[in-house]
Design a protein around this ligand. Structure first.
Ligand code: SF4
Length: 561
């Protein structure tokens, strides 16, 4: 027997409509604030009484003080009214309440708020056959990635993009006093320098609390203001290509305040690079890597399995070279398996049967084998580029590829040793259990040391990257501040982003690990015969290092040993 059900679509649309009181959709009015203030006071009072605000407890509290018109407050609504009451002097801001009401906690769990912005469309010097082209966007991006949507809405305006992100973090209860700025969009170094300078200056203006129509006089002024601003820049990341790195470019990037570079190398095989029209060689990537390390940058490499001409076996060998060759050994890595996008040249190769994507099982196996080979000083940030599935003509669309790989490794009794898999994040830490462990490795033209405070189960609460350049470097960066100096390339201590001055007592960020790591780096550098220690400090952390005896020399914070 067939049964026909007539669907009432008006019911469905009312279910799908956002709730009337979601402030993301309908901003609260003054009238709303007046009506809700008493209820929110009561909710905040009840929240203050509980140590841990898990979902069942929150549910009980919100039901106890429900909306006058029926239904319950969302966390975001409570937070918004609470902030307004505090701003009006009707309540005192308690950061622990804000933390309990945070949504999307993982966004800032590594200790800083990441703000991603996109540059305007601009031709890329690369002609890579796998890279999509959309003239409305910077090269390699597709129009419905979330970051791209945000940039399009703001016509790629840097000020408004940063401003929007800071407000979104605040609405969700996250502290934004420490911001890592990630600038995406093709090859940064190919944009006119005047645009690069203006773009970063306007990002800084937004972090410095300027109004949209206000503009700082220069990038130098914007940097100076940011040293003590409410939203301090604690990291600045750009993307570029190996053939754009030179001593001159390095000095320029430091002048802009860049601290981390994402560089696409994609393969360590000249034959594969040629076949995919990359336009640079492995030797160029090695030289670029050594220069960036010598200048103290953190380096994120992008590597692509399944390129035209590659096989799972050749990819596996290629990946091993990333860690076997001292000239690479990246600090962080993004693995982006090649997928076919319609507006990429690779489409023709696929149509002619010259290229095929690996099957999912084949890809999981390859990435699992690769991950086993990762050294503990490296962080695997991504194993999949999150392109909306509708753009992928063929290739893996498993957004949770990392989980599939983890399950496979668990089945095989294996685990990944990378930093991301060992972070304590916001976990409670017993300081007595922490031990300082050091990994020393050859960095091509420097001796590298990875100092980490670890728990007995190997989890990392904080780490420091120390770089000791060798005398026989094959290039001269022309940076006076680095003469006779060892370098601190990164200090990272975990813990959810709390506003400066707010103690999250059990999280790693507030156990003084940063200072201890720095003191150990000073001792080791002195013992190795270096007369100075230089830190590639972003403008917003200069004050922190200034308090620890460092002074500004060029674009580095330096102290004599
Ligand atoms: S260099 Fe990067 S952005 Fe440019 S074409 Fe190649 S992959 Fe695309």
């Amino acid at each position: 027997m067939e049964v026909f059900i007539q669907m009432d679509y008006s019911v469905l649309s009312s279910v799908l409509k956002p709730p009337r009181h979601d402030p993301m959709t309908y901003p609260l009015t003054n009238h709303d604030y007046d009506r809700y203030s008493g209820l929110v006071r009561a909710i905040v009072h009840d929240i203050a009484e509980v140590d841990v605000l898990d979902y069942p407890r929150l549910d009980v509290i919100l039901r106890r003080h429900s909306l006058p018109e029926g239904g319950c407050f969302s966390k975001r609504m409570v937070l918004q009214v609470y902030r307004k009451l505090c701003a009006d002097g009707m309540m005192e801001l308690d950061p622990t309440i804000v933390e309990k009401l945070q949504t999307k906690k993982t966004r800032t769990i590594s200790g800083v708020a990441p703000v991603t912005v996109l540059t305007k469309p601009h031709p890329c010097p690369g002609k890579c056959i796998f890279c999509p082209t959309d003239v409305r966007l910077p090269k390699s991006y597709v129009d419905d990635e979330p970051g791209v949507q945000r940039a399009l809405r703001r016509d790629f305006d840097p000020f408004q993009q940063v401003h929007d992100r800071i407000h979104a973090f605040n609405r969700n209860g996250h502290a934004t006093d420490k911001i890592e700025l990630l600038i995406l969009g093709g090859t940064w170094s190919s944009y006119p320098r005047s645009y690069q300078e203006w773009f970063i200056q306007r990002c800084m203006d937004a972090m410095n609390g300027f109004e949209q129509e206000e503009e700082s006089e220069s990038l130098a002024q914007a940097h100076a203001i940011n040293e003590t601003a409410t939203h301090r820049n604690v990291g600045l990341v750009i993307e570029t290509r190996p053939d754009h790195i030179s001593p001159k470019e390095i000095r320029w990037l430091r002048g802009l305040g860049v601290t981390k570079i994402q560089m696409g190398i994609q393969s360590l095989d000249d034959r594969i690079l040629d076949m995919n029209n990359r336009g640079h060689s492995v030797a160029q990537a090695q030289t670029a890597m050594n220069m960036m390390r010598a200048a103290g940058f953190k380096v994120v490499l992008h590597w692509m399995p399944n390129l035209y001409g590659a096989t799972p076996e050749s990819d596996y060998e290629d990946f091993q070279r990333l860690f076997d060759d001292p000239n690479f050994r990246p600090d962080e890595l993004k693995i982006y398996p090649c997928s076919l996008l319609e507006n990429a040249e690779l489409y023709e190769y696929w149509e002619k049967g010259k290229w095929q994507p690996y099957g999912d099982a084949e890809l999981f196996d390859l990435v699992a084998r690769c991950k086993k080979h990762v050294e503990p000083y490296c962080r695997i940030n991504r194993v999949f580029r999150d392109i909306p599935a509708q753009h992928i003509v063929t290739g893996c669309t498993k957004g949770n590829l990392r989980e599939h790989v983890r399950w496979l490794m668990e089945e095989r009794g294996e685990s990944c040793r990378c930093i991301r898999c060992k972070e304590t994040r916001g976990a409670t830490i017993n300081a007595d259990e922490l031990a300082l462990r050091v990994i020393e490795y050859d960095g091509g033209q420097s001796d590298e040391q990875f100092l980490a405070f670890r728990l007995p189960d190997e989890r990392i609460a904080g780490y420091l990257r120390l770089s000791m350049p060798r005398d026989d470097q094959s290039f001269d960066l022309g940076v006076d501040a680095l003469k006779d100096a060892a370098l601190v390339r990164e200090v990272h201590v975990y813990g959810r982003a709390l506003a400066l001055g707010v103690k999250g007592e059990s999280t790693a960020q507030h156990l003084g690990l940063g200072t201890q790591l720095l003191q150990e780096a000073e001792k080791r550098s002195r013992d190795a015969g270096y007369r100075r220690l230089a830190i590639i400090a972003s403008v917003g952390t200069r004050g922190y290092y200034g308090d620890r005896g460092y002074h500004l020399d060029g674009t580095y914070m330096v102290r004599d040993l």
